[in-house]
Design a protein. Structure first.
Length: 571
């Protein structure tokens, strides 16, 4: 490891080493805590921990004398850093993590290797889990098919190991109650992530939204995993962990163990999808199980479909001669976008801020990628772009065909003008008061592009939109109070606002998204009531007992993620 220590401290260290004040034998006899305190006396806390961790790593060498010589050199800035994955690092830490006595526990070295501090009993458990995982991995042979028992046994051990270490990391980073109370940013983050998770729950929505592209392009993969999702829901409702076996399968597949998933940048190592950033609602009495069931169904569907698509497309890409382990070739990026997870470069802080303000920014990016077939990704292999283009043709053909059939049955049920907010939807009901969004939001992206592109209409160039009553109007006249293209973009973005952002916008504008005056009760309900429940309530308020069957059908579609707009006005 390379230590970045200020030069004045390095000079002080070398002086003490030369004078004999720093005595290796004496340091060797000290406990980890005593050594840390000694280094801290002249190096400062942060530098002391790093130097002590390096010293302790040399204590594990058979030739301790040479090890301590190397330590002294490294404190002065010699020797390159070696990167290892977490499991490999743990495998090499058996002596560190399984001390016989408290005084022999090299705590600073363990913390340096793991990235966070651990207690002796925690370190021992990490070592045991790592050892078990490694042993089970050696039992897997190349000819063993995916989902074979040996692979699943390894996968289960690996997930338990990974989750335990991840839990310790989260615990180490967690704020104390006092710190949380004094941190407004933490409050906003907690409220924002919790309300977003609540609104996303109580349905099986992945298949009608993020899974739409897979439904159209790889129907067999979609249908197989759609059936499995109901089994996952049943498991969670009965108190059985449904995610563990899913992850065990994912991490034990051939393309996981040969490193292809990781190298291509496939998003399977994430803690969860962006629609469920918090697991806190799972602790709510009674309703917690329903939340957990929908969370597991959603996250499980994303994982399964992502790796099933990867296995299929890896084989196809390699037949083209594509090196799928080359991340810039873009196969992982393509698959992530096909499953609702677009590539958005953000720091951890930016990701948290975005998570609070925007409902699903990665999903919006994935929609853009699907509609543009990744044409703006200059690094992506042209053969991968060809697959993306084929997907786009299938999506346009399928959705266009459905809309055409609906138009034949009812010529007022479909709007083909992309400038209208009803584009990509099917209007149903006696007064066409319900809109079924069959495009999973892709239509809104097309509408945004159509409204933002200047074009010829009524004998002049300009930006045009189509109102709910069917009038085409210009939006860049410059007249006071009239909208303009910037308003179009702002309206699109605010339409993607998270629950907490929506409340803030309502209060600032003095009216809700539906044009009503905001109230404390109303805002609280809208921010904490799952979207399916809100839609069911709105449909129940619609007049007409004859529409009961239609309402039941629309409710079912809504629970599957097919967007249903209630009280939608005629074109």
């Amino acid at each position: 490891m390379i230590l970045c220590i200020p030069k004045n401290i390095v000079d002080l260290f070398l002086g003490k080493l030369k004078s004999g004040e720093i005595n290796p034998d004496k340091l060797n006899e000290m406990t980890s805590k005593e050594r840390n305190e000694y280094f801290k006396s002249f190096m400062g806390e942060n530098n002391a921990t790093k130097v002590n961790a390096l010293f302790e790593s040399k204590l594990l060498l058979k030739n301790q004398q040479q090890g301590i010589i190397n330590w002294a050199k490294q404190v002065s800035g010699i020797k390159p850093k070696v990167k290892r994955d977490l499991l490999s690092r743990i495998e090499k830490m058996t002596n560190i993590l399984q001390p016989k006595e408290m005084d022999s526990f090299l705590s600073d070295l363990a913390a340096q290797k793991l990235g966070f501090g651990v207690r002796m009993e925690e370190a021992g458990k990490i070592a045991d889990l790592a050892k078990t995982t490694s042993e089970k991995k050696t039992l897997i042979t190349e000819d063993m098919p995916d989902k074979s028992q040996a692979r699943l046994d390894y996968g289960t051990s690996f997930v338990l190991f990974k989750d335990y270490v991840g839990g310790l990391k989260a615990e180490a980073k967690a704020l104390t109650t006092k710190e949380f109370m004094l941190s407004p940013g933490a409050w906003i983050d907690r409220i924002g992530s919790t309300t977003k998770s609540i609104l996303s729950s109580l349905d099986n929505s992945f298949f009608g939204r993020q899974g739409l592209v897979t439904l159209i392009t790889n129907t067999d993969i979609w249908s197989k995993n759609f059936n499995k999702s109901w089994v996952d829901i049943g498991k969670e409702l009965s108190g059985v962990n449904a995610i563990l076996p899913i992850k065990a399968d994912v991490y034990s597949r051939k393309n996981a163990l040969n490193g292809k998933y990781e190298a291509m940048g496939l998003d399977i190592g994430i803690s969860g999808e962006e629609a469920f950033p918090s697991s806190l609602p799972g602790k709510i009495p009674l309703l917690g199980k329903l939340y957990k069931a929908s969370e597991s169904a959603y996250n499980g569907a994303a994982l399964r479909i992502r790796v099933d698509l990867a296995d299929r497309l890896i084989e196809r890409a390699e037949s083209f001669g594509i090196n799928v382990k080359d991340k810039e070739a873009g196969l992982g990026t393509l698959i992530n976008s096909m499953t609702g997870r677009g590539n958005v470069h953000m720091t951890a802080g930016q990701a948290r801020a975005t998570n609070v303000t925007i409902f699903s920014v990665k999903y919006v990016k994935s929609q853009f990628d699907v509609l543009t077939a990744h044409v703006f990704n200059k690094k992506m292999d042209f053969r991968v772009k060809k697959i993306a283009a084929e997907n786009l043709v299938k999506v346009i053909g399928t959705l266009g065909g459905i809309l055409a059939v609906s138009n034949l049955l009812d010529d007022e049920s479909v709007e083909f003008d992309p400038r209208s907010s009803n584009f990509g939807k099917i209007l149903v009901g006696h007064r066409h008061e319900y809109a079924i969004n069959i495009s999973a939001g892709l239509g809104s992206m097309v509408t945004l592009a159509a409204r933002m592109t200047p074009h010829w209409h009524n004998g002049k160039w300009g930006w045009w939109t189509k109102t709910s009553n069917g009038r085409v109007v210009q939006i860049n006249t410059g007249k006071y109070g009239e909208s303009n293209p910037i308003d179009v973009v702002i309206n699109f973005i605010t339409g993607k606002a998270s629950p907490i952002s929506r409340v803030a916008l309502d209060l600032m504008k003095g009216k809700t998204y539906h044009g009503k005056k905001p109230t404390v009760e109303g805002e609280l309900v809208s921010a904490t009531t799952p979207i399916p429940v809100q839609n069911i309530y709105q449909m129940a308020q619609q007049p007409g007992n004859a529409d009961v069957l239609l309402k039941v059908l629309l409710t079912a579609l809504d629970l599957l993620g097919v967007g249903i707009n209630v009280k939608n006005k005629r074109r």
